[in-house]
Design a protein around this ligand. Sequence first.
Ligand SMILES: *Cc1c(COP(=O)(O)O)cnc(C)c1O
Length: 425
Amino acid sequence: MRKLPFDKAKLEEIAKKWPTPFHIYDEKAIRDNARRLKKAFAWNKGFKEYFAVKACPNPHLMKILKDYDFGGDCSSMAELVLCEKVGVTGEGIMFTSNDTPAEEFVKAYELGAIINLDDITHWDFLNHALDAAGVPKDETRWANRLMCCRYNPGPLKGGNAIIGKPEEAKYGFTREQLFDCYRRMQDAGVKRFGLHTMVASNELDPEYIIDTAKMLFTLAGELHEQLGITLEFVNIGGGIGIPYKPDQKAMDLEYVGEGIAKAYKTLVADKGLGKIRLCMECGRCITGPYGYLVARVRHIKNTYRLYAGLDACMSNLMRPALYGAYHEIVVPGKETSGETSVYDVTGSLCENNDKFAIQRVLPVLERGDLVVICDAGAHGFAMGFQYNGKLRSAELLLAEDGSVRQIRRAETLDDYFATLDFNGL
Ligand SMILES: *Cc1c(COP(=O)(O)O)cnc(C)c1O
C-alpha cells in the first residue's frame, strides 16, 4: 500500500477549506527528488533539467523547481509566458515545439530561448517569422544564439509503448535532414549548437535511456567530424517513467547517471568533443509521484457490477480513460481494514470510459469516504478539460512545514461561461 504524506484527519481538515475534488502536491518530496536528480548527474558540469511545463503547468511548482536551477521545456505560447512569469528566461527555456506557429517562434526568440527545431522547413519558416517581426536580418540575428535540432532516429531505434516506433512519430528530423539543417544554420551565422531527441515516454528501462544518450553522443561525434560543430549540449528528452503499478520499479536515477557517465567518457571525452553539457526535459518523473487527486465517494451503486461514483471525474485526471492507465487508489483511514470489495471507480461524466479504476479490489467503501488517486502530479490536472460542463478543480500545495496553501483555485460556472455572450439570445 502506498504511503501518503497525509492521513485521513489531515485531509478532512484540508477538505473543510477546499472541498473535494482537488489536486495536492507534496513540496518536500518534489524538492528531495529534484536534489536527487541533480546529484545523479553532477558528474556533468552544466547538467540541466528543463522541466516539461506541459506535465504540470503551475507557476508555483515551476518556482520550486527553479530553486534547483531547472529550466522550462515549452511547446506553446502559454508555456512560454508561464516561464516568463516565473523568471525562467533566456537559455533557461528549451522551446521544443512542433507544428509551430510563427508568433511562438518570435516569442521564444524574444525571450532568448534555445530554439529546438522540429523540422528542416522550420528553419526558413523561423527566419521569415523573424523578418516579419522586424528582427534585423544581419549577423546580429544569430550571433550568440543557441540553436538545436530534434533528431528522429526512425528505424535505428526500437519503439516505446506510448510514443511508439520513432518512424511512425510525427516528431523530428531524419538523419540527412539533420546534417543539412546544421549546415544551413552554420551558413547563416549560427555558431552555438545543441542536439535533441525524445524517443521515450513513461520508460522504466534504464538501458533505454542510456542507449538514447549513446546514440546522441555518437551523432555528436559525426557532426563534429563532418561539419566541424562542437556541440554545447545534448538533450536526451523527457520520458523517464514512474512506477504507477505496485509491481513496477522506479527508475534508478543513479544507475542511469553512471551509465551515461561511462558512455560520455568513451564517446565524448576520449574523442575530444569538448565539454558537452547533458540536458533532459522530463516532466513525469519530476512531479508525477508527488501529486494526488483527492476525491470523495458520492454514490455507491450496485447493478451488474459494484460502482463507486466519485465527485471527481476524468476531467480531473484523464489518463485512465485515455490510455487505460493504472493509478493506485488509497482509501485513507481504511488502509488496514480487512474487508474488501471489487469496484469500478467512476466519475460523473456521461462517457462509459470515465473510470479511474476497473474491477479494483478496495476496502469496502461508503458514501463520504475520501479516496486518494496516486501519481496524478504530471499529465493529471494539466490534461483537464470541461467537456460535459465539468469544471477543473483547485490545486493545493502541501508545504514542507505541513501547512497547505491553494496554488490554483477551482473553476466556477462564471469561468465556464466566460467566453459566451448571453445577451441578444
Ligand atoms: C511531453 C514531453 C516531455 C516530457 O515528457 P515526460 O514523459 O513528462 O517526461 C519532454 N519533451 C517533449 C518534447 C515532450 O513533448
